[in-house]
Design a protein around this ligand. Structure first.
Ligand code: C2E
Ligand code: MG
Ligand code: MG
Ligand code: MG
Length: 297
């Protein structure tokens, strides 16, 4: 009858409510403990920088490595940035973590340049919003470049459109200082944030990285192809380099090449790898270049 049905619904509701509540609680406590261990992760040396190559498609050479952070958690295993960077942002821990990434990546790039004889290899490092708002960012970058002896022109800082557009005057001032040091600046995940063409004109930017969401269905979806075509034309018109991100297949590579996207990054070439594996990739890339030049000579 109706009464029984009603009380069943009510009790279910209560159970659902409890279930829902405990799910939230366990999520909250998971986050809390993650936050807690994030505090110690740096001193416990649990962070690892992975490197993913960027390829100049006309020569096949690796011209740059992008530093991508991972957290080797003692209990939870390898944790990806999407899971802990937002937490690190909220707590402000990203500032010291980001400093460590920058130093590690610059030192690694300098070591590769010197030991592998690759003097013009570059390193790209991602900056988060919070890091960008630090008043000592420019000083910090200067200091790290001095310490690691890396020439500023082989460092590239990647920022997203939302960082760039948030407080545009401030951003412009900082970017100008960074640019004056000789450090390169690229816009990451281009096309997914608010992009204002106005700022592309005003900011000292060197490259656009086409977001991987456009590359994913590039060969199947004519809208994605149209957007990518437009981004590449925009970049070329503004004299910016353009990087296709998230290239996973030969078809994507071929189509991007036809569209005159000269730089590419993605699983098709290599996943992000540990420094020692990146060293092997760089050795191979160099010997390919040497044999290519011998063929020409
Ligand atoms: P991002 O800078 O756009 O980096 C590209 C992401 O795409 C990386 O994810 C990379 O592993 C992934 N990727 C590369 N090639 C492919 C592909 O062919 N297919 C697919 N599906 N994915 C591909 P990851 O390493 O998980 O990093 C995610 C994001 O976390 C980065 O996006 C970046 O915004 C942020 N991040 C990573 N390291 C740092 C860091 O040191 N500091 C800051 N602030 N953010 C970081
Ligand atoms: Mg990036
Ligand atoms: Mg990206
Ligand atoms: Mg991203």
């Amino acid at each position: 009858n109706a009464d029984a049905a009603l009380s069943r619904v009510k009790s279910q509701g209560r159970n659902n409510y409890q279930f829902y509540h405990s799910a939230i609680n366990s999520q909250a406590s998971e986050l809390l403990s993650l936050e807690n261990s994030l505090h110690y992760a740096l001193e416990r040396e649990e962070f690892i920088v992975y490197y993913q190559p960027q390829i100049n498609i006309s020569t096949g050479e690796i011209i740059k490595m992008e530093a991508l952070l991972r957290w080797q958690h003692p209990k939870l295993g390898l944790i990806y940035p999407e899971k802990f960077i937002p937490l690190a942002e909220e707590t402000g821990l990203i500032v010291t973590i980001g400093e460590w990434v920058l130093k590690t990546a610059c030192a690694q790039n300098k070591a590769w340049q010197d030991t592998l004889g690759l003097p013009s290899l570059s390193i790209a490092v991602n900056l988060s919003a919070r890091q960008f708002q630090q008043s000592n960012l420019v000083k910090l970058v200067t200091q790290i470049l001095l310490e690691t002896q890396l020439n500023p022109k082989y460092l590239e800082l990647e920022i997203t459109e939302s960082i760039a557009m948030h407080n545009a005057e401030f951003t412009k001032a900082i970017l100008n200082e960074i640019n004056n040091m000789g450090v390169y600046i690229s816009i990451d995940d281009f096309g997914t944030g608010y992009c204002s063409f106005n700022y592309l004109k005003k900011f000292p930017i060197h490259a656009l990285k086409i977001d991987k969401s456009f590359v994913r269905d590039l060969t199947k979806n004519s809208n994605d192809a149209a957007i990518i075509t437009a981004i590449i034309a925009l970049a070329h018109g503004l004299n910016l380099a353009v990087v296709g991100e998230g290239v996973e297949t030969e078809e994507q590579r071929n189509l991007l090449r036809i569209l005159e996207c000269e730089l590419m990054q993605g699983y098709f070439f290599s996943r992000p790898v540990l420094a020692e594996d990146a060293t092997k990739l760089l050795r191979k890339s160099k010997s390919r270049r040497l044999s290519a030049s011998r063929l020409v000579a």
